[in-house]
Every structure is written in structure tokens, then in C-alpha cells.
Write a protein that binds this ligand. Structure first.
Ligand code: G3H
Ligand code: ZN
Length: 284
């Protein structure tokens, strides 16, 4: 059923696996991810960026679509609908009021004190509605331009400890070299910092930019307290490739279902593979 991500993340951290956050962009993404989770008997987090929510119609449309599919597909595994990279208290509140069960407040571009202030405000509102909260520190690459050459700022472990002790967040995303979108070469994840942050607080950690991170790095992250891994781009790539291949092979196709079904299957297969890599299969 529909739940916050608090319980699933605590269980994941305790038992040594991570739950995937798979971003949804439309109906077919949502269908594919829910079916993958049910078949794998895995808990799942549906990530919804503000842009994707806008594309689909709005937060209310998203919640009703997910709830409808969960009934029609008889979904029994735990599912969270999570606002990805929420930009303000108002956006988080809007998502919570629409029925999201989890939100991320991304105030990481603000100075620490402001980040703590905005995050606390979100936690207060979210927790009074049974909604879980993820906060971020540092900068995930590929998302915003920055003075640092590759746009990545590693989260400072002391800042992380401060944010965690002064807010009641449910999980923390310390940016440690991961990048949104494909990596140029091998990712360079700050495992030393990850370990330090894990030791400073007991909170489950979140790894953004899951696309293109090798399985060995995934496993190491999990062993260092990561219990949520976000994946978006990889599903977009496999879905678009399936559509492109089909249209190229058959120029007479005009029924959208003819090319959206292969796209949906590609997403489902990819998500099932991730759930096995992350160790969440069979854990629901
Ligand atoms: O918040 C979303 C994720 O961090 C997705 O990253 O598109 O590189 O898989 P990705
Ligand atoms: Zn992200």
C-alpha cells in the first residue's frame, strides 16, 4: 500500500539493502515501475520532480494516477510517492496536501543555517501529516552550473551532522560526487566522507544520480549506510531507445501503444535489474 518511506528505509538500512527511487515521467513509467516492484516483491519509491509533475498535469493528477494503478494492478508492496528535489516549503506543502507520502526539500544551494531553517519548516508540516522528509547537502553534479569545474560540491560531514541533529529529517542525501545524467568516465564517489557521515549520524543515506554507478560502488555505498538510490536517466534512455528502434524498424506504425508497450517493457526490465542490484527484491 501507499506509505511514507520512513519504515522501508529503516528496514533497508538494518538489513543491508537499498530501496530504489525510480522517477516517473508519465503513465507508462508508473505502470512499469509498479509492476516491477510487485513482481520483485520489493518496496519502491516513485520519484516525482516538480517538472515531471507539471508535465503530467500537477500533483493531484500524479497521486490519483498512482492510486488508480495500485488498485487496478492489485499492488501489495509498500509504495511511496516522493517529491524529488522540492524547491521550497510551498512546493513541499502543495505535494503533501495533494497526497504525496514523502518529500525531499533541496535547500542545499542555501547557506547551512538557511538550509536548516527551511528543512525544519518542511519537517514540521510533513511529520504532522505522516509524511517523510529527505534533505540534501552539497551539490549533485550535472544539475546546476557552479564555480567548481565539474559542478560538484562534496557535502561537508560536519555540516551533515549539524543538519541532522538540528532537524528531524528521515534521511539525508549528502552529495558526494554523484551526477544527474550519464557520467563522463567512472564516477568518483566520496566513500571516505560517506563513511564519516554515517558514523556521525544513524540516519539512512540517499545516493542521487544512480544512472551509471557500477554495481561495486552501489554495494559499497549500501555497506556504508546508503538505503535509497535514485535512478531516472537510465529508464529514460532505455525507453527512448525502444521507441526509436521500433519506429525505425516499422515506419508504418501510428498507434502509440505499439511503441509505448516496448518502452514500458524496457523500463520494467531495467527497474527489476536495479531492485536485484540494490538487494530490495523479496524484501516487501
Ligand atoms: O533525483 C533524481 C536522481 O538523482 C536521478 O539521477 O537521472 O542520474 O539517474 P539519474
Ligand atoms: Zn537527484
Amino acid at each position: 500500500g501507499l506509505v511514507s518511506m520512513k519504515e522501508m528505509m529503516i528496514k533497508g538500512k538494518k538489513e543491508g539493502y537499498a530501496i530504489g527511487q525510480f522517477n516517473i515521467n508519465n503513465l507508462e513509467f508508473t505502470q512499469a515501475i509498479l509492476q516491477a516492484a510487485e513482481e520483485e516483491k520489493s518496496p519502491v519509491i516513485l520519484g516525482v520532480s516538480e517538472g515531471a509533475a507539471r508535465y503530467m498535469g500537477g500533483f493531484i493528477t500524479v497521486v490519483h494516477m498512482v492510486k488508480g494503478l495500485m488498485i487496478d494492478y492489485k499492488i501489495t508492496v509498500p509504495v511511496a510517492i516522493h517529491l524529488d528535489h522540492g524547491s521550497s516549503f510551498d512546493k513541499c506543502k502543495e505535494a503533501i496536501d495533494a497526497g504525496f507520502t514523502s518529500v525531499m526539500i533541496d535547500a542545499s544551494h542555501h547557506p547551512l543555517e538557511e538550509n536548516i531553517e527551511i528543512t525544519s519548516q518542511v519537517v514540521e508540516y510533513a511529520h504532522s501529516h505522516g509524511v517523510s522528509v529527505e534533505a540534501e547537502l552539497g551539490t549533485v553534479g550535472g544539475q546546476e552550473d557552479d564555480i567548481i569545474a565539474d559542478g560538484v560540491i562534496y557535502a561537508n560531514p560536519q555540516d551533515c551532522a549539524e543538519l541532522v541533529s538540528r532537524t528531524d529529517i528521515d534521511c539525508l542525501a549528502p552529495a558526494l560526487g554523484s551526477v544527474h545524467g550519464p557520467y563522463k568516465g567512472e564516477p568518483n564517489i566520496g566513500f571516505a566522507e560517506m563513511e564519516e557521515i554515517s558514523k556521525l549520524s544513524d540516519l539512512p543515506l540517499v545516493l542521487h544520480g544512480g544512472t551509471g554507478i557500477p554495481v561495486k560502488d552501489i554495494q559499497r555505498s549500501i555497506s556504508l549506510g546508503t538505503s535509497k538510490i535514485n535512478v531516472n536517466t537510465e529508464n529514460q534512455i532505455v525507453a527512448t531507445k525502444a521507441i526509436r528502434d521500433l519506429l525505425n524498424s516499422d515506419p508504418d506504425v501510428y498507434d502509440p501503444r505499439k511503441y509505448l508497450i516496448p518502452a514500458r517493457n524496457a523500463i520494467k526490465n531495467t527497474v527489476q535489474g536495479k531492485m536485484r542490484d540494490f538487494g530490495s527484491s523479496g524484501k516487501a
